[in-house]
Design a protein around this ligand. Structure first.
Ligand code: HDE
Length: 725
């Protein structure tokens, strides 16, 4: 008999909610984790006698359709893949928390930014942009820095990048940008690379991208590790305080270990030697009990201040220079837990710019406005329907309560018959909470409907110049080399020449240096030598020379915080040093060295001709042939006459020294190990290597830090100490 329905029937939304609550306790995914049980079952719970042999008619006969176990297993497998993200497909993530040190109560009523000391659970996903899901970690590319905070007031997603500006000013251009940078559609080449015709053809026709192009060709595009990346919210957001007053804000993540990069040669080689390099680093650090950490920084300014600047804060191709508005550090992001299951967490996490909490609001940045549509839309396809927010990784920790129902893969079992509002049957619940809920800031809007770009978005070169001017000579050299590399890969001369035209508007020296690499001469440049070669003796001096004044730069010639060579912390923490050993090694020396490295927070990996125990307490976890110098931050050759004789039989030992030297990494040796260092011939090329623009400036390599820690003599490039003896 159907239950009697009366107006007083108690609603059971609460019960349904309890179920969701139980599952989402503090984003404790273990509540939903399926640990393997002792007994094998199929997906319907039937005990399985054997899932290694299909059902067949006779020992050597055909497989039977009746075999539901076979069909279920294969069918599930057939559908294991979901579409990869259209951009940012390659990524890795980790759990952790955000903790506020300084209340922003004066500016916002968002609890996550006012409750000092409270730990808000977070999940962060880092990514490259252009490559497919299986591509390498180290291409020249922008990196995604997407943070999901499970706050008491719902999820707040800060879906940022490791660069503070973007290629375009209006989201409607995003499909064009992405089609241009992705592999060319007729040949599906190149994978995870911007160095091709269609990308620079689009860029050359899109001058607003030039500022970002300088960032993309700088060392920021080849970060050493996720923990060495800065993160940026990019857009200007709005904070709203309890009195309803608005303040504009830019969000920053400043890495505790400082911004550090690879050099291009290293990045390319790592791409082949260890395509999972960054993912592995993060996983290993956390797995060993370590953490990755950033400070949350905010730049706070009023609309009135913003109106005085000669750039528009709604234009995502512009920064707000730190000289105009300093970054205040207000809290810390700590990643300390690896996902249990990559697919369930990293692949299924769905970030959305429109996930904001009361006290934070959008601005009219046309890129942000467009993103607010795109992220929800893309999840519908990628995650197969409207219920992706019920997946454990996407669920908020607070109670979800509304009248939305059904759809593919609905998990929540809502009870009761009321799924609408207003309702008297359920006492008009769930009820609106008025001012206690999310209230949009009543920004004034007026004007005609127009498909235009604001005039205030019109300067495309001013901040590109500001960025260029703010680089050190080494950084400028790297940008020049990168542009030569990228543009020389463009097969169409016209594309290369058009790009030079834009670079000329940024800086004549930059354009001339790039032109030289392309065998071109710039208008107004004297007769080029054969092949476009100019005298190169003064190249560094030219790059260091004063540059043209800037516009759209807040009146600044140079801005703080842009160079990664200036003012960044140095640390040996999480640096990985290869210790070359062989049978007969001086075990005591190795132990002293590895202890010292460990004490300084660095990691030592014992590399030998073979795996396993080399001497008492010295166990090789990598071999000369299964690893490579590019995946370490330095190398030390251990002592012991027999060991060194053995190492000398392997060309890889010398390669360790040469490659490390080429990338300006610290090189050290213990006792007889010096023979490998000197035998590599590096001593003789000391000066030449240091002058190689592919090498990091010696001053930026962690020579001192590592050498102090290791207590051995290390050398790196021209500015480094003498070679070990
Ligand atoms: Fe994204 N972007 N984007 N983007 N974006 C996506 O959403 C999009 C932009 C960023 O780890 C997609 O879930 C538009 C700027 C990150 O899961 C998609 C525009 C910034 C991630 C999308 C932009 C970003 C994405 C693809 C306007 C830095 C990875 C899959 C021009 C502030 C998130 C997905 C993750 C992902 C659209 C521009 C950062 C298609 C329309 C600017 C970190 O919705």
């Amino acid at each position: 008999m159907a239950p009697k329905r009366t107006l007083s029937t108690p609603l059971s939304l609460d019960d349904a909610q309890k179920q969701v609550d139980n599952l989402s306790k503090a984003q404790d995914l273990s509540a939903n984790t399926t640990e393997s049980g002792a007994m094998l079952t199929d997906n319907m719970g039937h005990p399985v006698s054997d899932d290694q042999n299909s059902l067949r008619a006779g020992e050597r006969g055909p497989t039977l359709m009746e075999d539901f176990l076979f069909r279920e297993k294969i069918s599930h497998f057939d559908h294991e893949r979901i579409p990869e993200r259209v951009v940012h497909a390659r990524g890795a993530g980790a759990h952790g928390y955000f903790q506020l040190d300084k209340s922003l109560e004066q500016y916002t009523h968002a609890k996550v930014l006012t409750e000092v000391g409270v730990k808000t659970p977070v999940f962060v996903r880092f990514s490259t942009v252009g490559g497919s899901r299986g591509s390498m970690d180290t291409p020249r590319d922008v990196r995604g820095f997407a943070v999901k905070m499970y706050t008491k007031e719902g999820n707040w997603d800060l879906v940022g990048n490791n660069m503070p500006v973007f290629f375009i000013q209006d989201a409607i251009k995003f499909p064009d940008l992405v089609h241009a940078v992705k592999p060319e559609p007729d040949r599906e080449i190149p994978q995870a690379s911007s160095a091709h015709d269609t990308f620079y053809d689009f860029i050359a026709e899109t001058p607003e991208s030039i500022h970002m192009i300088l960032w993309l060709n700088s060392d920021r595009a080849i970060p050493r590790a996720y923990a060495n990346m800065e993160g940026f919210g990019v857009h200007t957001f709005r904070l709203i305080n309890a009195q309803g007053k608005a303040t504009l804000v830019k969000f920053h993540w400043k890495p505790v270990l400082g911004v550090k990069s690879l050099v291009w040669d290293e990045a390319q080689k790592i791409g082949g030697k260890d395509p999972d390099h960054n993912r592995r680093q993060m996983y290993d650090t956390i797995d060993a009990g370590g953490t990755l950490e950033w400070h949350l920084g905010v730049q706070l300014f009023t609309e009135e201040e913003a109106m005085k600047w000669d750039f528009d804060v709604l234009d995502a191709t512009k920064i707000v220079p730190e000289d105009l508005v300093p970054v205040q550090l207000v809290g810390k992001l700590v990643l300390d837990r690896n996902p249990d299951n990559f697919f369930a967490e990293v692949e299924q996490v769905a970030f959305m710019t429109q996930n904001i909490v009361p006290g934070i609001d959008f601005t009219n940045d046309p890129l942000l406005q467009g993103r607010n549509f795109s992220y929800l839309d893309t999840q519908l396809t990628r995650l197969g329907g409207p219920n992706w927010q019920e997946l454990p990784i996407n669920r908020p920790i607070n109670r979800v309560s509304n009248n939305q129902r059904d759809g593919f893969m609905r998990h929540t079992i809502n009870k009761g018959r009321v799924a609408y509002f207003p309702n008297k049957l359920a006492g008009n619940k769930p009820a609106h909470v008025g001012a206690a809920g999310f209230v949009t800031y009543p920004a004034k809007v007026e004007g005609s409907k127009l498909r235009v770009r604001a005039e205030s978005f019109g300067d495309h070169y001013g901040q590109a110049r500001l960025f260029w001017n703010s680089m050190t000579p080494v950084e400028k050299e790297h940008i020049t080399k990168s542009l030569r590399f990228e543009l020389s890969k463009c097969e169409t001369r016209d594309v290369r020449v058009r790009m030079l035209g834009h670079l000329q508007k940024v800086n004549e020296v930059l354009a001339a240096q790039v032109a030289k690499g392309l065998g071109e001469k710039l208008p107004g440049q004297g007769d080029a030598k054969p092949g476009g070669q100019q005298d190169s003796a003064s190249e560094t001096a030219l790059l260091a020379a004063a540059t043209s004044p800037t516009s759209a730069s807040g009146g600044l010639q140079k801005a703080k915080g842009l160079s990664q060579e200036e003012g960044q912390p140095e640390s040996a923490k999480d640096r990985k040093v290869a210790v070359l050993v062989a049978d007969g090694v001086d075990a005591a020396g190795v132990k002293a060295l590895t202890d010292a490295l460990k004490k300084g927070g660095a990691k030592a990996e014992i590399v030998a001709p073979h795996l396993g125990e080399i001497a008492p307490g010295v166990v090789a976890t990598a071999t000369l042939s299964n690893t490579d110098p590019v995946v370490y931050d330095g190398v030390v050759v251990a002592g012991g006459a027999a060991a060194v004789r053995e190492l000398a039989q392997h060309p890889e030992s010398f390669n360790f020294v040469v490659e490390s030297y080429r990338h300006a990494k610290p090189i050290g040796s213990l006792a007889e190990g010096a023979e490998i260092v000197t035998g590599s011939g590096v001593g003789g090329v000391l000066r030449r290597v240091a002058a190689d623009p592919n090498a990091k400036d010696a001053a930026t390599a962690p020579v001192q830090t590592l050498s102090e820690v290791a207590g051995v003599r290390l050398a790196a490039g021209e500015g480094g100490a003498k070679l070990a003896a």
